[in-house]
Design a protein around this ligand. Sequence first.
Ligand SMILES: [Zn+2]
Length: 237
Amino acid sequence: MAEREVVRSPKWTDQEIGTKVRVALWLRDVVGEGHIFTKAQLRDAFPDYAQVDRRLRDLREHGWEIETRLTRVSLKQDELFFVRAGEPVWDPATRAARVARRGPSARLRRIVLERDGHACVRCGSQAGAVTLSLAYVVPISQGGTVDTDNLITLCAKCNADRTSQPPGEEEVWLRMQRLSPGEQSRLLAWMALDRRPVSAVEEVWQLYRAAPINQKNSLKELLAHAVSARDEGDEPV
Ligand SMILES: [Zn+2]
């Protein structure tokens, strides 16, 4: 094990370092690759951290492979299997360099895209209609981290707009004030979600748009028929 220690890493017991890094070191040095551990053991090792399960999940975003009963049926309830270590999360320089080269992992991309509803968080354009990409809220070069909190889904246009000239706060606030009370409430709800939810009709519209032309025609006919039949039924006798 000693020859692998190219990067000098801190001890898992060091209270000064972040919990995620400590959990990573605990897995590597106490559990060891290819070994089973339990959630109870994890909680015993980190008694002061209620969120320790979450930090374990965060490690998966850094390529740490940890299996549960869902993927390894031989495990008992509460048991986890530490398959192998991923990124050396204790070494920020290594991580930043790797990220700059490779970008976020496929797993992390999936998580962010799913969270953002596979739509641009700025304009709401959906996958299929536009090409979506992930952007860092705080760039890696400026100390931004590679986690879900620092990543957002943007279409190419919004990403270009964002990097060219961010809007001034005053301008945005002025436009907010011009909205109707109903629109302001809706906007506030979107802010709370940090994305614009797509309505059912918009969702179906995107599906329709992505359909082949012959299906589009038949779908259009079907709906036209359904709508006209309903409207006739609605007419007063
Ligand atoms: Zn957009």
